[in-house]
Design a protein around this ligand. Structure first.
Ligand code: PMP
Length: 356
């Protein structure tokens, strides 16, 4: 038995993989794989529409929001956000609570005359209170990262701000309820809680469409994509199809609220094991601890490679921290069963009793 704690591309639900394997050579008697179908044919359009309908249902997405299935990953959206929301010479604010927010800001800066950092805790182990944010009065948007995948820092509430709120939700979408109407734009790379990499989902409020600068590449122009149902060109059809299977799987688990209860339980058990041990540590402020990504260190850093090797031998794989920060990280997305977290905790205790 292997438990895959990868931060992304990450583990997918086993029933989804089984269904995809069954349907791979011959989707519903068509004699072809989804990979081989025309994206404009009736079959694929049905798959695409069903996936969008499931996501709308799961997230309770209001009718005045478009859902786009695009390419270029979340990183593509770091540039697409300013191109679609701010005119040349525009301004935006970024709250930076980790490395992804930093990258979003660096990329966004290329397309803005003012890309201000409204807040940046150092080190990034908490979300600073809104009363400490320096906001630009005429900002075209405010960008936040609801869950920082590397540092494991999570917003525990949605800030209320005047500018349209844009959130990178790559590593927390579908893990707990989000009130979509609090946001102007949400975007998520698929490869954690949605499906295979190569797909990014963008959820954008209608009134924010149509502001894109003329120079915006067509494939990242939200308005053009909304008009063409994300089919300006050939979309990532297979990833879109798998996303639809994952959405149905989440619905079968009871939806996002039910998923959140499981996720809170998994995270609470893991943090509690870390906090109760003298060997492991997680630096994040308790209120801002991620439900999805749990970074941790061992007291003696020279034991890290030993921990990782022994964990791997025990079937607990991809526990390495991000290359930028080192240490360990357990990503426990929706597809990680509670038994996987229990196996990790048991291993950590056993490792500590031998090496602690
Ligand atoms: N934002 C967040 C929060 C992420 O976790 C990641 C990837 N781990 C990215 C952005 C970048 O995503 P992509 O590789 O899809 O461009």
């Amino acid at each position: 038995m292997i438990y895959n704690f990868s931060a992304g591309p990450a583990a997918l639900p086993a029933p989804v993989l089984r269904q995809a394997a069954e349907e791979l050579p011959d989707w519903h008697g068509t004699g072809m794989s989804v990979m081989e179908m025309s994206h404009r044919g009736r079959d694929f359009v049905g798959i695409a529409e069903a996936a969008e309908a499931s996501l709308r249902d799961l997230m309770d997405i209001p009718d005045d929001y478009r859902v786009l299935f695009l390419q270029g990953g979340a990183t593509g959206q770091f540039a697409a956000v300013p191109m679609n929301l701010a005119p040349r010479g525009g301004a935006a604010d970024y709250v930076i609570t980790g490395l992804w927010g930093k990258r979003a800001h660096a990329e966004g800066s290329k397309y803005l005359s003012r890309a201000s950092v409204a807040a940046r805790p150092r080190p990034s182990t908490l979300v600073p209170p809104e009363s400490d944010w320096q906001l630009t009065p005429d900002a075209d948007y405010l960008h936040i990262t609801l869950n920082e995948t590397i540092g494991g820092v999570r917003f525990d509430h949605v800030p209320q701000v005047a500018a349209p709120l844009v959130a990178d939700v790559s590593s927390m979408i579908l893990s707990e309820p989000i009130d979509v109407s609090d946001f102007g734009v949400l975007y998520a790379g698929a490869q954690k809680n949605i499906g295979p990499s190569g797909l990014v989902v963008v959820i954008v409020r209608d009134d924010l469409l149509g502001r894109a600068r003329p120079s915006t590449p067509q494939v990242w122009n939200w308005f053009e994509n909304a008009k063409s149902n994300s089919m300006i060109n050939t979309p990532p059809t297979f990833a879109w199809y798998i996303a639809g299977l994952v959405f149905r799987w989440v619905a079968d688990q009871g939806g996002v609220q039910a998923m959140a209860e499981i996720n809170r339980r998994k995270a609470a058990r893991l943090y509690s094991a870390i906090d109760q041990s003298a060997c492991y540590a997680n630096p994040v402020a308790p209120a801002n601890r991620s439900l999805m990504n749990v970074p941790f260190t061992v007291a003696q850093p020279d034991l890290e490679p030993v921990f990782l090797a022994e964990a791997r031998a025990a079937g607990l794989v991809n526990l390495e921290g991000h290359r930028a920060v080192g240490g360990m990280r357990a990503s426990i997305y929706n597809a990680m069963p509670e038994a996987g977290v229990k196996a990790l905790i048991d291993f950590m205790k056993e490792f500590e009793s031998r090496h602690g």
